[in-house]
Every structure is written in C-alpha cells, then in structure tokens.
Write a protein that binds this ligand. Sequence first.
Ligand code: DON
Length: 304
Amino acid sequence: MVDFQAILNSIYQDARAVKDKGVVASYIPELAHVDPEAFGIHLRTSEGENYGVGDFDKLFSIQSISKVFALSKAMALIGDAIWKRVDVEPSGNPYNFLALLEIENGIPRNPFINSGAIVIADILLSNLKNPKADFLNYVRELAGDSSINYNEEVAYSEKITGFKNYASANLLKSFNNLENPVDAVLDFYFHQCAIEMTCSQLSKAFYLFANKGSCMQQKQHISNQQVKRINALMLTCGFYDEAGEFAFEVGLPGKSGVGGGIVALLPDQFIVSVWSPGLNKKGNSKLGMHALEQFTTKAKLSIF
Ligand code: DON
C-alpha cells in the first residue's frame, strides 16, 4: 500500500527548499499578481480518498487546463465531427505558435494549442444555448461544486492583451474554420481560461477522465472511447513542446496552464493536481513538473 500522504509531504519539503521556482506569467497582466511562493498538491484516488499538502485549497487561474473540459464538452456535443476541423498530432511548438496554422491551411495541429482550443470554443459557441453559463455549469457539475466561477478581471486582462490569439482567430476565420465572429469566440475562450479552481476541485473535476467518462456523481458524460482519446491527446499534446519531456519524466497523461497548474492522472487509480505559479521556459509550471516527476518515481505509479 502506497503512503500517498508521506510522499506528498516529502515533495512539499523539497519544493520549499528550491530557490529557482521559475517565472510567474505576466503576458496576461492580471496573472502577474500571484504569490510566486504558492505551492500545493492534491491527490484523489478513484475510491474517493483525498490527500493534500500546502496550498491545495487556494484558487488559481486554470488557463489552458480548461481546454480539457472544453474538448470533452465538444466531444459530447458533436463527437467525431470535431476531427474535420482539428488534428490530433503533437505540434512540437509553443502553445501560441502561429506559422504552422497558415502552412496547414487553418487546421490546428491539436485541440490543446491555442488555435485548436479556439476552434473548440467556436464549436461550443455554436452548440450551447447559453455558452458561458452552460460551460461553467458543466465544470461545476464535474467538480460537484457550484462555487466555481470565472474571474472577470483575468478574462478582461487577456482580452486587451491577447493579440496573438486575435491573430490566430483571424487566421482561422480566413480559412473558414470559425463559424462565429472572432470577438464572440475569443470572449468565450478568454472566459474559459479565466475559470478559477483549487487543486482539490481540479482533482474532482478530472475524475471522469480517470474513470471511463463517468463523473463523481456517476453521470456518464462521454464514452470510454472518448476518454481514451482525450488521455492520448493529454499525453502527446498536453504540454506543447514539452510533451515529450513530461512523458519522459512523469509518465502520465496531463494538462498544464500558464496559471501554474498541472493535472495528471492514472486511469482507474488517481488524479493528482499541483499548483506552483513559476513557469519554466516552455510555459509549464517549473516546480509542478518536478513535483510530479518525484511523485511517480516515489509512488512507482505511471502508465509505463
Ligand atoms: O491563450 C492563452 O495564452 C492563455 N489563455 C492560455 C495559455 C496556457 O495556459 C498555455 N499553457 N501552458
């Protein structure tokens, strides 16, 4: 029997001693206000046991982690029709890299780079009645927590500085890969990224990805095959040009965000969420990556 709490405690002790914790994202100005010393991990087993250390109950901006919720909702709504508009290959480039999109005629490499997530946002806009309210309710339902919300300041902060995402959306529009107006799609996208959650809320909300598509309330949101695909995409594309490194070091499907969060999971076993706002050069949480490498090494649990 693995002593999860002892492992999390030892990772926490090590993390506190690390001097270089990376750099907090500031290209979305509102994100720069976060305490660079914050650090938390939460683990939830499929049986419902919870283990936490540090700031695992503090809210942070989930940013690109939201792309997993958006993809799962879009898959539930339109199924395989998604793959006519977004590919499923790793990009080997940063999340906001634009050149490939032009070369590949407006078909994003995968749903987790920004251009792919913007197409998914467009699909949700076309298929949800009240897109922002319905999407938030979906995330709340997955986590079993109605207190989860958008941070309007973060959404606005990205809106007024998100020039690359405007460039990407305009390029997508020029290739006829957006049905809705650019401003409407980006308003939705900036809001989905601006959802705030804690590590423990994320571990709960990701339950369905570790448990064959059924959430904690036993509602089947997506099929087992769709979960297989989402986890495959997390493993191959969840960390952009660092996806190989994450698979190499950690060995779990996962997804990062520039708010410093990472969620990873072992199917049928557990979900682990970590938050440390300082990022490495690839835009992924520096200590978060390190903590998860330590975790799978110490627990001897990974998909490999
Ligand atoms: O579009 C952006 O740039 C942000 N809203 C999200 C980027 C992000 O989290 C990338 N992940 N590491």
